[in-house]
Design a protein around this ligand. Structure first.
Ligand code: ADP
Ligand code: MG
Length: 680
């Protein structure tokens, strides 16, 4: 990395460097890693006579005449240019200097969008460059299109990056040459030059491949390093084989575990019975019964004289875990408690004292558990639910609450294998694929039009009359929580005045105070409310088995994974449940996403489809919390590359000499993301 400030470049003063800082560009190295978002092929030249209005054109011509006109105080600069086939006029509004830049007889390269105006081809605000200029960055080539910021125009950005490339003779190589050879990667020097100003598409692809590989490779190295460090250098408490308490819990559970649950627990048990710290992801579709598996592991650690911690992303969820588990725990002689932001003052102090003294065996809670004064006597196991809602660093803080605790994280959003490699390269994975028996798959339908909508709500009212409950999810509105809340309120008002006027309804949205949210949620859980009208705030893990109907307004606005999560709120009891996707406008074609939901109930299949439909960038973004941004890696195209990078990372990190050589670089590169882990 070139850590020289960009102000070392010619023409970069205070003003520009401040603007570039907004894009996170301080050093020349960072400027060089400001990659194009896309490219425009301006290399194919045509003759003026071949230009079609409405299309873009690139051509070479000679300046014939310039003219500056003023209309109502505004200037129009025109430049007539000609080649052997015809005449074209270039036009700029309010840029009077344009006519002065060029002299009659100059040979210029032109690129821009053509229109037909007064019997002549006219090009508005074109890019124009001198044909004899040494380097052309804006015309007559494949031109990079960059993310920009106010005050840094596209052509300025290109010039700066070209200057940065020129300022360094040969760019520092970061991948060992044998790895480069093995995977057919071009040098970093040519990759960076070609990614910005490609000679042709082929070279651009090679450059991209190399850069993506590098990103993935070092991420894999970091993950492998963390994993090795954990396995080789740190010792965790070695649990004894299962005994009375675990046995008793198994007997107390009101159901038999599914085979997948048994297997997942067996993997966890095995990890805990070794002295290598467990670091395991338990993934399973919504309702697959992850909590029971976590509970067994928590009891196991208590049976070994240690404490367990279970963290959830919301108060409601933490509370629900506590309610579900504390009774069972009590009956096997395990003392548990709940710590959320609501626990304050003396109660909190007393609770913390008990925890520290080891008088509480299992502590449930939210982020509140992360506070520095929450101390334990001896932590054996940490469980993090809905782990994608937390960052890597939060996980690390929690791990710091024990000597070297075993850790398990849970997620209801199954991750395709290639993704799992990148995101969770440092985790082992257990998967619950099968749902508990007797579950009826949620019947999912798409409906549209007012008549159908009315029928759906009448059905919901009937379900409520016969003692069931339902959710209505309001349209997703991207702009703001405020407008989203307003739309939820509007839907609530409409429904309670009309179709649901005989039903007890509650409203839930992100603009309500935490307390109001809790109150509504609690009433719904207690069955005092028949219908919960809500924004997507109900997405996360709530379990109300009596709820059998989920109606999603304007379903086409939601993403596939999100719809699947929402649908997972129903179908949790023995009754048949329904999910109605209301589509708007009525005459639109049913989008692929909605079809997928109608056809499949399997979260894994949904996740794979989601990856294909949305593309990996967004898929990653969704649960990327706390992981390094992968700037370039398009994993759908690059699944093979990911596997190669993974393999290369593992190979490199096997050699202690290489590890020592690469470690400072890894620390530097990932310090922001893995700081706590690397330090530990
Ligand atoms: P999730 O994996 O989404 O966290 P939960 O752990 O909340 O799912 O379980 C969902 C529901 O399934 C709970 O009501 C739980 O009691 C029930 N459950 C879990 N395991 C089984 C099983 N093996 N048989 C029957 N019901 C089960
Ligand atoms: Mg859960």
């Amino acid at each position: 990395m070139n850590n020289q400030s960009i102000t070392a470049l010619k023409g970069v003063g205070d003003a520009i460097s401040k603007r570039l800082a907004r894009l996170g560009i301080i050093t020349i190295g960072e400027l060089l890693e400001h990659f194009p978002r896309r490219y425009e092929d301006r290399s194919t030249q045509c003759k003026i006579s071949q230009i079609r209005p409405g299309g873009v054109a690139a051509f070479t011509a000679v300046v014939e005449k310039g003219e500056l006109q003023f209309v109502r105080g505004k200037s129009i600069a025109r430049l007539w240019v000609r080649d052997e086939t015809g005449l074209a006029v270039l036009v700029w509004f309010n840029q009077p200097y344009r006519t002065k830049t060029w002299k009659v007889g100059d040979r210029v390269l032109v690129y821009g969008k053509a229109i037909w105006f007064r019997d002549c081809i006219q090009i508005e605000s074109p890019e124009v460059e001198n044909e004899s200029a040494q380097d052309s960055f804006n015309t007559a080539r494949i031109v990079p299109i960059y993310p920009l910021t106010q005050g840094v125009a596209a052509r300025v950005m290109r010039k700066l990056i070209a200057a940065a490339l020129q300022s360094v003779e040969v760019l520092h190589e970061t991948i060992p040459s044998d790895i480069r050879k093995k995977y057919g990667l071009i040098t970093r020097d040519s990759a960076l030059r070609e990614i910005h100003f490609p000679t042709d598409w082929q070279q651009m692809k090679q450059a991209k491949r190399r850069i993506v590989f590098e990103e993935l490779f070092y991420l894999q190295c970091a993950l492998v390093y963390l994993r090795n460090q954990r396995l080789n250098e740190r010792r965790s408490f070695q649990h004894a084989a299962d005994s009375d308490k675990v046995q008793r819990l198994l007997e107390l559970l009101p159901f038999d575990l599914t085979n997948d649950q048994i297997e997942a627990y067996a993997e966890i048990r095995k990890d805990m019975e070794s002295d290598k710290p467990m670091h395991r992801l338990l993934q399973g579709d919504v309702g697959s019964g992850k909590t029971a598996v976590a509970l067994l592991a928590l009891v196991k650690t208590v049976e070994n004289g240690l404490q367990g911690i279970m963290m959830a992303p919301t108060e409601i969820l933490a509370e629900q875990h506590f309610q579900y588990c504390s009774e069972l725990l009590f009956r096997v002689g395990v003392r548990s408690a709940l710590l959320t932001g609501r626990v304050k003052g003396r109660t909190r102090n007393e609770l913390l004292a008990q925890v520290k003294a080891g008088e509480i065996d299992v502590l449930f809670g939210t982020h509140a558990l992360l506070q520095p004064d929450v101390l334990f006597l001896n932590t054996g196991l940490i469980v993090v639910d809905e782990q994608h809602r937390f960052g890597v660093n939060q996980r690390a803080i929690l791990q710091g609450k024990g000597e070297v605790p075993h850790t398990m994280v849970m997620s209801a959003t199954p991750i395709p294998r290639t993704m799992a490699l990148t995101l969770y390269g440092d985790l082992d994975i257990s998967t619950i694929r099968q749902l508990p028996p007797g579950r009826k798959p949620v019947v999912t339908v798409v409906r549209s039009g007012d008549a159908a909508r009315e029928k759906v709500y009448r059905y919901l009212a009937m379900e409520v009359k016969s003692g069931r409950q339902g959710y209505v999810v309001c349209p997703l509105i991207e702009e703001s929580e405020k407008t989203e809340a307003q739309s939820a309120l509007a839907v609530f008002n409409e429904l309670t005045a009309t179709l649901l006027n005989t039903v007890a309804c509650g409203l839930l949205h992100g603009r309500m105070s935490a307390e109001d949210k809790e109150t509504v949620m609690r009433k719904f859980v207690a069955g005092e409310l028949g219908v919960l009208v809500s924004t997507t705030v109900i997405e996360v893990g709530i379990n109300v088995p009596n709820a059998t109907m989920m109606i999603i307004e304007d379903a086409e606005r939601f993403g596939l994974a999100q719809l699947h999560q929402l649908r997972g709120r129903v179908g949790r009891g023995a009754e048949q449940s329904f999910c109605v996707l209301l589509q708007n406008p009525a005459d639109g074609e049913v989008p692929e996403r909605l079809k997928v939901l109608v056809e499949t109930a399997d979260g894994f299949a949904v996740a794979e489809k989601d990856l294909i439909i949305r593309g990996p960038g967004q898929f990653l973004g969704y649960r990327q919390h706390g992981l390094p941004e992968i700037k370039m890696a398009n994993l759908a195209d690059d699944a093979g590359l990911l596997v190669e990078a993974h393999e290369a990372g593992i190979a490199l990190m096997k050699d202690p000499k290489e590890v020592n050589a690469v470690l400072p670089y890894l620390k530097h590169r990932f310090e922001r993301f893995f700081g706590v882990l690397f330090a530990g």
